[in-house]
Design a protein around this ligand. Sequence first.
Ligand SMILES: C[S@@+](CC[C@H](N)C(=O)[O-])C[C@H]1O[C@@H](n2cnc3c(N)ncnc32)[C@H](O)[C@@H]1O
Length: 215
Amino acid sequence: MAHKRFTFQDAKSDDCLQVVIPEVSDGSYGMYIWPCAPVLAQFVWQKRACLAGKRILELGAGTALPGIVAAKCGAKVTLSDRMASQHCLDRCRQSAELNDLPDIKVVGITWGRISQVLCDLKPLDLILASDCFYDSKDFEDVLMTMAFLLEMSPNAEVWVSYQDRSSERTIQHLLYKWDLSAEELDYPDMDLLDSKFESYKTHIIQLFVIRKKKK
Ligand SMILES: C[S@@+](CC[C@H](N)C(=O)[O-])C[C@H]1O[C@@H](n2cnc3c(N)ncnc32)[C@H](O)[C@@H]1O
């Protein structure tokens, strides 16, 4: 197992945050850090002023870099991954432990399934999803879960980082079906992130926000 170090810096002050993420590079999808994760984490860091005390859920968290950064910035964070993937849920717990975040909750949430865990969540302010749109067969399940969460917390929004793997992929028709809207977000200043993990530089990564459409 390797420990990857990320140092988030501020352009105008000495404010900085160091996070360590455990990674098993030959494991399954949730065991290592995907290029989308540092981009969403850096966006979260840049928005930290409005996150303290906010209730945040990360979907498909895996090693959970964005959720860990949010918790370090004072948010009340719950990390989630597929209910049946105990090893991914353990990875979430390990990331929380390594970063000295005993209050982080870890729950099993499988996209597309309305479970008791999902229904029992307290109202949310924000949902994070880093590289959850990676397999087009899951796109509707991911959006259905987001739509359910936004129905329970209509003022919440979802911050998504997306790796463009094929120009033929789209979620437009599914957004329409689930009564959601999406808007592109500004790409964060990645020069302010100090890390040896740089694979995001060689992929097209986009950030967007998903909201429930206003009636
Ligand atoms: C591409 S990885 C991204 C992991 C992490 N968010 C990141 O960006 O580094 C996709 C994540 O979604 C989780 N996942 C896959 N299918 C899922 C499902 N049906 N329900 C919930 N989580 C799922 C995987 O276990 C994995 O952690």
